[in-house]
Ligand binder design. Structure first.
Ligand SMILES: CC(C)(COP(=O)(O)OP(=O)(O)OC[C@H]1O[C@@H](n2cnc3c(N)ncnc32)[C@H](O)[C@@H]1OP(=O)(O)O)[C@@H](O)C(=O)NCCC(=O)NCCS
Length: 337
């Protein structure tokens, strides 16, 4: 008999148990070396108080033993019909119906919160092929009526990058974007840029390929962006940002790398060029400038991870030129209820 317990994010023992199951479940299916969120990053995210999203985490006990964890995220400003769910079953307790029971309880909670679009995801090593046959998360999703809405590729870039490569790419790009000025910084987005940054960042999810995902553009929310910056500091993460500004000072392109102080990796967050500014190599230009900043100030970082839709050939081509190589598949699932 399943008992699903919602955990208090300030109860360290409960959060530790939840994280141990999450990390063990991810590593079992993606490999022991896969990059997962660190314990501290997860804890602080669960503890964040924000008007933009409600997050819940659960432990599942069967016959007195904790065997699984779950999470639910409910956007509050936009996409209010959507809930994102996660189920993690400890490797020793698989194929006994625990995942199904947790999923069903999470679906009920999402429905009670008025949500009718349920999303989830699962990852597996790139070498295992893109259809995910036999991958637990993929099969489990299929079994429970979740359709594959978008196929993503995780790619990894090993650092340090050859200075000559960066010089070549910068030279090539700069010949095409002479009317734009690049500006880079570490930490919070400067006040004079924050509106444009928030606007571009909000459009990222719907400007990048969405496949069959039923998503609305996110709201431009500077308070939420500042709250997320506070969260980053608590998580021991550090943000590296670069923008390209046109002659009028408007931000035409942005990119962001986030370094995890806990695991020593960097993660590529958004990169976007406004429609009217495309075709000027600004995507490459902001990425190269941001990589230089990262290498200069965080020389200990050895890997950068990025996710792209498998059909986003343009972004994948930029990443390949920088030296990224595919490392995992990630499937984004969706079910309407
Ligand atoms: C996916 C996961 C949650 C499944 O947990 P579980 O407790 O083993 O799932 P269940 O026992 O309820 O399985 C239900 C059905 O899913 C399918 N399934 C689950 N794992 C499978 C596997 N390894 N191979 C093939 N089918 C599988 C089967 O149809 C299974 O029914 P059956 O056992 O009667 O054949 C677990 O493997 C896990 O934590 N994986 C890592 C995280 C993840 O990918 N989560 C899913 C996305 S949220």
């Amino acid at each position: 008999m399943l008992e699903l317990i919602r955990i208090d994010p300030f109860d360290d023992t409960a959060v530790d148990l939840w994280w141990d199951i999450y990390a063990a479940a991810e590593r079992a299916d993606r490999g022991a070396e896969t990059a997962v969120w660190t314990r501290g990053e997860s804890r602080h995210e669960l503890q964040q108080h924000t008007e933009a999203i409600e997050r819940r985490a659960y432990l599942a006990r069967f016959d007195g033993e904790v065997v699984a964890g779950g999470r639910l995220a409910l956007p509050l400003r936009d996409n209010r019909r959507t809930a994102s769910l996660g189920v993690h079953v400890a490797p020793d307790f698989r194929r006994r119906g625990s995942g199904t029971a947790v999923l069903s309880a999470l679906e009920d909670a999402a429905r009670s919160a008025g949500r009718s679009i349920l999303t989830s995801n699962a990852s597996w090593p790139y070498a295992a092929g893109d259809d995910g046959a036999g991958v637990p998360g993929r099969e489990f999703a299929r079994r429970h009526g979740y359709a594959l809405a978008l196929g993503d590729v995780q790619s990894r870039l090993r650092l340090p990058l050859d200075a000559e490569l960066l010089d070549d790419l910068e030279r090539e790009a700069s010949a095409r974007h002479s009317g734009y000025a690049l500006r880079s910084w570490i930490g919070s987005v400067p006040r004079t840029l924050v509106h444009d940054w928030a606007e571009l960042d909000a459009s990222l999810e719907t400007e990048a390929p969405v496949g069959d995902l039923d998503i609305e553009p996110a709201s431009v929310d500077i308070a939420a962006l500042r709250s997320d910056e506070t969260l980053l500091a608590r998580q021991n993460r550090r943000s590296y940002g670069t923008v390209a500004q046109d002659a009028a000072g408007r931000v035409a392109a942005y990119t962001q790398l986030v370094v995890s102080g806990d695991d020593g990796n960097a993660y590529q967050w958004g990169t976007l060029v406004r429609h009217e500014a495309r075709g000027n190599r600004l995507g490459m230009a902001v990425k190269v400038a941001n990589l230089r900043l990262l290498q200069q100030h965080a020389p200990v970082v050895r890997s950068i991870y990025t996710y792209n839709a498998g059909v986003n050939e343009h972004m994948l081509a930029i990443n390949r030129r920088l030296g990224f190589a595919p490392s995992e598949h990630m499937a984004e699932f969706q079910k309407h209820v």
